[in-house]
Design a binder for this molecule. Sequence first.
Ligand SMILES: [Mg+2]
Length: 431
Amino acid sequence: MFVTNEGPILHADLDAFYASVEQRDDPRLRGRPVIVGGGVVLAASYEAKALGVRTAMGGVQARRLCPHAVVVPPRMSVYSAASKAVFEVFRQTTPVVEGVSIDEAFLDVGGLRRIAGRPSEIAVRLRAEVLAQVGLPITVGVARTKFLAKVASGVAKPDGLLVVPPDRELEFLHPLPVERLWGVGKVTSAKLRERGIRTVRQVAQLPEADLVSLLGPGAGRHLHALALGRDPRPVQPGRRRRSVGSQRALGRRRRTMSELDEILVSIVDRLARRLRGASRVCRTVVLRMRFADFTRATRSRTLPESTDHTETLLSAARSLLEVAQSLIYDCGLTLLGLSFANLDDRGAVQLALPLALDDLPDLASRAAAHGTDRPPIDLTSSRPPGRLPAPEPKALDAAMDTVRDRFGSAAVTRAALLHHDAGMEMPMLPD
Ligand SMILES: [Mg+2]
């Protein structure tokens, strides 16, 4: 095939990442089925995948499918170091890198043609560099859009390279099963297959209105566009952050729960604003503590849905502080930190009915009940309970953000914080 033109986007995805790291570091594991994680499969080598083992499968089922597998415990710090090294190779390739996860990224190489060659040549070099510098196999898809590049790498796995030229996109895409379309999970796949729709071509041939009535407006339009090869999203660098965090050193003096709550409120306010500023939403709230004897502990809570609402995030943070209360009394807290983890782009959130502020104490008590049978504390309520009509939380957050953008962070503050100075806040240190 003579390639006249190529898309500028690479999707690079390490193959069976954790398992490949284990095979890299222990030659005895090479060529053998390897399962990382015992209770639940965190990763499986291609030799194990060939026998039906899948990520997130229960360990018992995995060992039944693959009795000769070598099961190894995960070494997260080693994987994290390998990921950093691979992303370093990505950034040596192009400045426009958008991390998707620990082992996967989009690279825009459109501007590099004159200095670095055609995208397919860049992809060949990238694969060779990752192997030479980090010792891991990586698959790369090359296409005009992110979606097609990702589909291409999925098809080319493992240890492969696939280029989808712009004039052959639909020829490549249409014979594929519908499950290759972004966003088609079990539920959507079942709905489509019930109607006899098995391939991307069949999706493309349906009128958009039919897809909308079958799947709803969001998913219907999304799939219609993808099936026709339309995906306008650019590669956005700097999107790799999976969490934002902040922490406050407390010194040796014992703090009351009410003081700790005030600190928590100010951290949540600031982090939630950063989240909204970056158009991200958070699903998991993590409370980090360090004690007088320098031991550390964390408590986390995963929300039913991703959000950027200050009050929702604060309720979760307060419930964690409440859960940790006896630990704090016993061990003497010297540092209080909070991170918002499990971040996603705001556009990816399923539309939910906005929570009324009045629902939130209920959310907090439900969340707290999960970890303790004591009711949650509400030490410093920032509003008079039940007196004012509750404003729509998104509108409140947006109004606060606007005022602070114009007049500075100190312009609007919660009543609970008025008698406090800004305090000493440090950026979150990596674990
Ligand atoms: Mg991968």
